[in-house]
Design a protein around this ligand. Structure first.
Ligand SMILES: [Fe+2]
Ligand SMILES: [Fe+2]
Length: 465
């Protein structure tokens, strides 16, 4: 196999012997991992996929039929900015780091490994979904997300191989060894160990959990370590489609549910009741909030001080890039009550980023509520309070209702089944999941999309089965 022809890149791979040697060892392991843990049952099928071939704002992607194991996972970074500077923190205004600064080496490796670990994890979580797709259009979107998460893994492995030595290669190997949901070698972050075994989960995951990815990548796209910044900037172009899949997927479920509500009992008609959709929102929104880390965090302060991880749109949105003089008012739990506390801003940056994320999620809710209004339904969907059902940070270990009121554990346990998917809910949703493989056909529980992909109609044969 000619390795370099198979890896489209703009990092001059053909000249970089050290990187070649590292990738030569890693690539076969990656392909083994893909065959073992990638989408089950569709490896030999032709799928109409986009492949990143360039970083230009026009024509960065090429669309064609490809078998997934032959997908050309490439390595692309946005072009360098001449004269790039560290954009925030204690080294604000100094030249951007082109190599890993020794004193930040461990922190930087940890950031890259944590991001990298989520990419294969989501492929593992989603590997059975092809067997129950609601349409060929959706099947293709699932596989598009999967191969691009694979490419995002490549992007992080490129950084580990290219900028760290032996320990970087070891970490790159370990990224292929952990497994989502495996008790002995789980993925690093909890949302990525949760099963994602039906399409309502998938749409909620791509809506809420991929959106966490958008905000983490945006914060890293500001990084003073330029190779990381440029890598993440390009990943964001692909990530937008993943969130589109989740946002429009849930919107289509909501539309279909609202249509069925007009006809009678949604369950009897084979749809997904709105309160079940709401529970899935509550579940994935709360787990995704955990991904931002603790509300009060010395790590966030250290990463910012070091110039490694900025705020969302740091350069565009802020004028004070030092963030040393401000405080952030945080709601905390003290003596069994909610109280406010002033926290130095740098220690509150996880919460600041989480706040940006929540605002973005609210826009999605507004779109779905518009669908409900358009279909003449008076019900509305909402986001739970960010304190609800948290496992990380200030609110973990306490129990809250959907409005964020502190409640007893007994009350939470007794009302949990109103708020979060029950076994019965999950089984009911799973009972609706039957594959629809005929071009132009769609499952009963979801509305067709408003348009196809890249100018193709919905009826297009997106996957040749
Ligand atoms: Fe990703
Ligand atoms: Fe993604």
């Amino acid at each position: 196999m000619n390795l370099y022809d198979r890896i489209p890149n703009n990092v001059n791979l053909s000249e970089d012997k050290k990187l070649q040697r590292a990738l030569e060892k890693w690539l076969p392991n990656f392909l083994d991992w893909w065959r073992e843990m990638g989408p089950e049952g569709f490896q030999e099928k032709d799928v109409w996929l986009r492949t990143a071939i360039d970083v230009g704002s026009e024509g960065w992607a090429h669309f064609d039929y490809v078998k997934m194991p032959e997908y050309r996972w490439g390595i692309f970074l946005e072009p360098p900015q001449p004269d790039a500077k560290v954009g925030f923190g204690d080294n604000y205004g100094r030249p951007a780091y082109q190599e890993v600064p020794g004193e930040f080496r461990n922190a930087l490796r940890r950031i890259i490994v944590t991001q990298g670990d989520t990419e294969p994890a989501s492929v593992e979580q989603q590997r059975q979904l092809g067997k129950t797709c609601p349409s060929l259009y959706d099947l293709r979107n699932l596989f598009q997300v999967n191969v691009e998460e694979g490419r995002h893994l490549w992007a992080m492995v490129y950084l580990l191989h290219g900028y760290f030595g032996r320990d970087g290669r070891d970490e790159a190997d370990a990224l292929l060894e952990r497994r989502s949901g495996n008790p002995d070698k789980p993925r690093i972050l909890e949302a990525f160990n949760q099963p994602c075994d039906d399409w309502l989960n998938f749409f909620a995951f791509t809506m809420f959990t991929d959106r966490d990815g958008k905000y983490q990548l945006s914060a890293l796209a500001e990084s003073g370590f330029e190779p990381l910044a440029r890598t993440c900037q390009f990943m964001l172009t692909e990530e937008a489609h993943h969130m589109f899949v989740g946002d429009t997927g849930l919107g289509r479920v909501v539309r279909r549910t609202a249509q069925l509500m007009k006809q009678g009992d949604v369950r009897e008609l084979g749809g997904i009741p709105l309160n079940v959709v709401q529970k899935y929102i509550n579940f994935w929104f709360s787990y995704s909030l955990d991904l931002f880390g603790g509300e009060i965090s010395s790590n966030s302060a250290d990463f910012f001080a070091a110039g490694l991880k900025g705020r969302y749109k740091e350069r565009e949105q802020y004028t004070d890039h030092l963030a040393t003089n401000e405080n952030f008012t945080m709601t905390i739990v003290e003596d069994g009550q909610l109280k406010t506390r002033e926290v130095p801003l740098r220690n509150a940056l996880n919460e600041v980023l989480r706040g940006e994320y929540v605002k973005d999620c609210e826009k999605g809710l507004a779109r779905w509520n518009k669908v409900l209004a358009d279909e003449g339904a008076s019900e509305r969907l909402y986001l739970p309070n960010p304190r609800f059902h948290r496992h990380v940070g200030e609110y973990a270990g306490h129990t809250f209702d959907l409005q964020g009121n502190l409640i007893s554990r007994e009350e939470f346990e007794s009302r949990k089944s109103e708020w979060l998917p029950t076994m019965e809910d999950r089984e009911y949703v799973r009972s609706l999941m039957h594959p629809v493989y005929e071009p132009g056909k769609i499952a009963n529980w979801i509305a067709p999309p408003a348009a196809g992909i890249k100018g193709k109609p919905f009826e297009f044969e997106y996957v040749k089965l």
